[in-house]
Design a protein around this ligand. Structure first.
Ligand SMILES: [Zn+2]
Length: 349
């Protein structure tokens, strides 16, 4: 069972570049800038403590504090390229065949890079790593809840020429409790759509966020939502997600670490599946949560949330909702189905 979690070709849709900065890479980047921004040089163990969540935290806000060090260090093309390369190679080793990587380009412009340079560096490196590993990658640019609308619109202007050139979609993220409403930045989503970007957004991570999520789905019409597990509490919202075919890109471990669920058994995946809501499974932040996608599958299997055939179906469904061109999608789907045709453990049941 364990081997199949790793061996099966997997699709991962919810993955943050800045949650994938390894401690060793961070040490190299920090040393290269002579520890600017740090009080003193750190040991490996100290850097690890800054980047990897040790246990369940009290809140989403506390979880987001782990992005401070990546934000400080990922301010050069070299750093952005390295973290991109390492993430894609790691996904290849875990047999992820398609992934979408997201990041907020504006957060990497504090030491002189332009949004354009940031996007070019990540796009080029991801194309190179994709050629070398065979992992198909599409990128998502994130607008920030904490930035004013004008700033997010400025980002769109700067990334417009990349639409459809590897940069497939636009997301919206940041601390939900402090600035909960994506509707205040409706113009960001409309403009992104006009430019040819697909739309997703972070929402519905916090308790009682179901009504807000429903309103955002109706008005912003995202194709997918990052998180949104709280929808399980609301049958009308489940029906809306099912009818509009809006996929929830779920990250159970990340939600547990944000203090939202006490354990894997309490995660509402079975309820969402029973309600017919399209869902996919991802790691969110592989280094921050010290988690591969196959680790996450094992967590869910052990907790009795799903069985292997269900995991396999979730992968096929994730691909059908991916921000990937239809032709590529059909080709990859054919290859995945071929792969599974000799593996009865995935297709029976
Ligand atoms: Zn996320």
């Amino acid at each position: 069972m364990t081997d199949l979690c790793r061996a099966m070709p997997k699709v991962e849709l919810h993955l943050h570049l800045d949650g994938a900065l390894r401690p060793k890479t961070a040490l190299d980047l920090a040393a290269a800038r002579r520890w600017k921004g740090f009080d003193a040089p750190l040991s490996y163990r100290q850097m690890h403590r800054r980047l990897v969540v040790p246990h369940a935290l009290a809140s989403q806000k506390e979880l987001l504090s782990y992005f401070e060090t990546p934000g400080l260090l990922l301010q050069t093309e070299e750093g952005l390229r390295r973290v991109t390369r390492e993430l894609i190679w790691e996904k290849a080793a875990d047999h992820v065949c398609y992934c979408e990587i997201r990041w907020a380009p504006q957060l990497h412009t504090e030491e002189g890079l332009s949004v354009r340079q940031v996007v070019e560096a990540v796009l080029e490196e991801s194309a190179a790593a994709s050629r070398q590993t065979g992992v198909i990658v599409r990128l998502i640019a994130v607008g920030m809840r904490t930035h004013p609308l004008e700033q997010n619109l400025r980002m769109l202007k700067e990334i417009a020429s990349f639409a459809g050139n590897g940069l497939a979609a636009v997301d919206f993220a940041g601390p939900e409790a402090e600035s909960p409403d994506a509707l205040e930045q409706e113009a960001f989503f409309f403009r992104a759509r006009e430019l040819g970007f697909e739309i997703t957004l972070h929402c519905g991570e916090l308790p009682d966020s179901a009504p807000r999520l429903a309103e955002q789905i109706r008005r912003l019409r995202p194709k997918r939502v990052a998180h949104g597990a709280g929808a399980a509490e609301d049958l009308a919202l489940c029906a809306l997600l099912r009818e509009q075919d809006v996929m929830l890109d779920l990250c159970p471990t990340s939600n547990l670490q944000a203090g939202l669920y006490p354990d894997y058994q309490s995660y509402p995946l079975p309820r969402l599946l029973a309600a017919g809501v399209p869902v996919s499974i991802s790691t969110d932040d592989p280094v921050l949560s010290d988690l591969s996608l196959s680790d996450e599958y094992r967590n869910l299997l052990r907790a009795g949330q799903v069985d292997l055939p269900a995991l396999w179906r979730l992968n096929l469904d994730a691909l059908s909702h991916a921000f990937l061109e239809e032709e590529e999608k059909a080709r990859l789907l054919g290859w995945m189905k071929d792969w599974a045709s000799n593996v009865p453990e995935l297709t029976e049941g």
